[in-house]
Design a protein around this ligand. Structure first.
Ligand SMILES: NC(=O)c1ccc[n+]([C@@H]2O[C@H](COP(=O)([O-])OP(=O)(O)OC[C@H]3O[C@@H](n4cnc5c(N)ncnc54)[C@H](OP(=O)(O)O)[C@@H]3O)[C@@H](O)[C@H]2O)c1
Length: 262
């Protein structure tokens, strides 16, 4: 039936090359390797038109502004999301609101591929310790090491929050990402009219970076490879600039950087 239809189509002028191109595109999509720790979804789901067809199991530590915003988008994109934190009741309340589940910290990282650390920078070591064994896990560091007035950074030039967090989880793969977006943008989603926001990601392990790139793209943002983890030294000041634009220059929090190329 499909073969007959394809043959009929291929007899129309100009159609045969389009059919061949379509078949080649489908075959390429099927055969393209899937990044480390990522499963394809074989079901239809309603997500933003930017979303890619992948599913991951992930845990978000912290159910605050960032944790809840990312949880909302990841659930919408079809990922299996667990929220955790110091209060299981609070994690449960947010999880219920966004369609995720909640687990105590000691349980939450056991069976997941990716852990998103959405806690204040100075709480990162304590949070990592409470998660238990993190060997081989991809840890997404979203933190910005801000001064108390949010107008400066407490580390920089010769290290970064991401590199310091990596020291606290030496057997895991740390990838810096999402730190240059306001939590309000995470809640609202990637689209800015016809454009979309960029999420920079930096890390030293290529497969872990592939996973985070897929995660970023799954919720509709443009994933921009920012090199090794050391380049978090550049990304954390970009977040500082974003905060200045949002609050200092009065542009508000529905803003996001985008890196153009041509
Ligand atoms: N807000 C933004 O626009 C934004 C944007 C980009 C990046 N970031 C970064 O994202 C991170 C989170 O920011 P946020 O605005 O979401 O902060 P938040 O609203 O204050 O949430 C912080 C979360 O971390 C939890 N937490 C604190 N210490 C913890 C610990 N030791 N173990 C486990 N959980 C702990 C808190 O829960 P309990 O206090 O109940 O334990 C809370 O759920 C920060 O590193 C920030 O720099 C923020």
């Amino acid at each position: 039936m499909h073969g007959r239809r394809l043959r009929r189509l291929s007899r129309r002028p100009g159609q045969s090359s389009r059919c061949a191109a379509f078949i080649a595109t489908v075959l390429l999509a099927i055969l393209r390797p899937v990044p480390h720790g990522v499963r394809r979804i074989h079901r239809q789901r309603s997500t933003s038109h930017f979303s890619k067809d992948i599913s991951m199991t992930l845990t978000i530590v912290g159910y605050g502004n960032v944790g809840s915003g990312l949880a909302k988008q990841f659930v919408k994109a079809g990922h299996s999301v667990t929220l955790t934190g110091r209060s299981l009741d609070k994690a449960q309340a947010v999880a219920e609101a966004v369609g995720a589940k909640a687990l105590p910290m000691a349980e939450a990282a056991k069976n997941v591929e990716v852990v998103v650390l959405a806690v204040p920078y100075d709480q990162a070591p304590a949070a990592l310790a409470a998660l238990g064994d993190l060997k081989g896990k991809v840890i997404v560091d979203v933190s910005n090491p801000l001064t108390a007035d949010y107008m400066g950074l407490t580390v920089g030039f010769s290290t970064s929050a991401a590199e310091e967090i990596a020291k606290a989880a030496p057997t895991a793969y740390i990838v810096k990402a999402f730190n240059t977006l306001f939590a309000q943008v995470m809640h609202q989603g990637a689209g800015f009219g016809d454009a979309k926001g960029s999420v920079f990601f930096a890390g030293d392990e290529p497969k872990a970076k592939d996973t985070v790139k897929a995660l970023i793209e799954s919720i509709g943002f443009d994933a921009v490879d920012a090199g090794g983890l050391k380049n978090a030294r550049y990304l954390e000041p970009v977040a500082g600039l974003n905060i200045y634009f949002g609050y200092g220059a009065g542009l508000g929090t529905q803003i996001a950087p985008a890196w153009l190329k041509r």
